[in-house]
Design a protein around this ligand. Sequence first.
Ligand SMILES: *Cc1c(COP(=O)(O)O)cnc(C)c1O
Length: 240
Amino acid sequence: MASSEPAQIAHHLAEQRVRLAEAARASGRDPASVRLIAVSKRQDVSKITAAYDAGQRDFGENYVQELVKKAVELAHLDGIRWHMIGHLQSNKAKYVAPLVHAVHTVSSLKLVSELASRVAQRRAQQGCADARLSVLVEVNVSAEASKSGCSEAEVPELLDAIDAEPSLVLSGLMTVPPQNEDPNAARPFFERLAALRDRSGGPVRLPELSMGMSNDAETAVACGATWVRIGTAIFGERTP
Ligand SMILES: *Cc1c(COP(=O)(O)O)cnc(C)c1O
């Protein structure tokens, strides 16, 4: 094991890329169809820079303030792409919309219209006429009261609302299954999300399935994940 922190992170990243590629091949999928989001919440910016230097471009953050601070501090990293993967209140959309490549956690009509109007505003003010924001609908497929995300019944209406916004790109569906030590425990929830995608226009309308974390990445890839969100397996334990 390499001893310096940047070398360790590069090593862990390489391991995770191999892991996802092997999982893809094991399911007869093209490894290029599975991409890694390095989840950097509650990790120091030095670790993000190390991952970037090792070729990683997509990073996931959960908390608005932390995301904004890091995105501003690391704005010099050319081509870095931020993914909002934590709960987003519609009154915070204005902070996030100009900074991120994608919001994975859209679960209300209010957030759809708030994100759309923020992107449209930016188009008008800054003259970036083709600025668009990718959004995914977060679905609570386990129907757990404690989890965020919309119900399966709310999905069609949300998808139609996103389709109707020229400043938003409908990218896909996302889910966070109940926490479980057993990497296979999430399988029924991942399968539900994939089935929901198939009923809602399939991969043509919804190309991305954002699912899987450090513990259950293989299961997610076997069920069709295209974005896998991995944190601790790359960066180590988070600060409290
Ligand atoms: C924290 C988090 C992850 C990463 O979890 P790890 O177990 O550290 O890989 C992925 N997705 C979401 C939504 C998260 O909040």
